[in-house]
Design a protein around this ligand. Structure first.
Ligand code: PLP
Length: 208
């Protein structure tokens, strides 16, 4: 045992930006746009479904299949199969997680080896960088760049483009993954994958 309490990997990870934003917003009584605080309830049918789900007796309060509740993975496979245009095996290809943080963390931990490079498109949601570093990987950045129009059109997130040449220039023999977040947070830009929109694509090229 090293006598050290925290794992070495945590030293590559710095302060979480949300802690800083939340504290500053509270200190200065500013509107906190970093976190959603809806002032309305979820739709009635969602609340009803929730009540129904937790009122089904003891059978509704058991451990379920760890990779995802069977009825849920079947519906997800059907829904996303239509979106990505291929058959998805609900019991092999679907993993239900508690939010995107958990999904991303598991994916980086499972797939990134020490020294692997992960290409991240800028601007990006803050958690990709620390998660890659914690897994021992090296983030490599490629920016979305604004296209300059003649100024007549209303600016939109579509004005930000990813140059295929610039992206290609970032690949090295250590490249293991490309993280594409669509719609992009913070820009709202949507990428197209064979004409369809997808939320997080972690594209893992063949290991070199
Ligand atoms: C792009 C992006 N990735 C990851 C997350 C984290 O998602 P979750 O709260 O579902 O874990 C968010 C949350 O807003 C996000 O916008």
């Amino acid at each position: 045992m090293s006598g050290r309490l925290h794992a070495r990997g945590t030293e590559r990870v710095h302060k979480n930006v949300w802690l800083e934003f939340a504290r500053l917003a509270a200190d200065y009584k500013a509107v906190n746009l970093g976190q959603g605080f809806p002032d309305f309830s979820p739709p009635e049918f969602v609340q009803d479904a929730f009540c129904k789900a937790v009122s089904g007796g003891h059978q509704m309060h058991q451990y379920t299949r760890p990779f995802g509740h069977p009825p849920l993975v079947h519906i997800l496979a059907k829904f996303f199969g239509r979106i990505v245009g291929r058959e998805i095996d609900p019991l092999e290809d679907v993993l239900v997680t508690v939010g995107a943080y958990q999904a991303l963390f598991c994916a980086f931990q499972a797939l990134i080896e020490e020294g692997d490079e992960v290409i991240i498109v800028e601007p990006f949601f803050d958690c990709y960088q620390p998660m890659v570093k914690k897994a021992g990987g090296k983030p490599v950045y490629v920016p979305l760049r604004p296209v300059s129009g003649d100024g007549s059109a209303v600016p939109s997130s579509g004005d930000w483009v990813l140059s295929p040449e610039e992206l290609a220039s970032k690949f090295t023999p250590r490249t293991k993954a490309v993280v594409i977040n669509t719609p992009n947070n913070p820009l709202g830009k949507c990428y197209r994958l064979e004409g369809n929109a997808v939320s997080h694509i972690m594209w893992f090229p063949a290991t070199c």
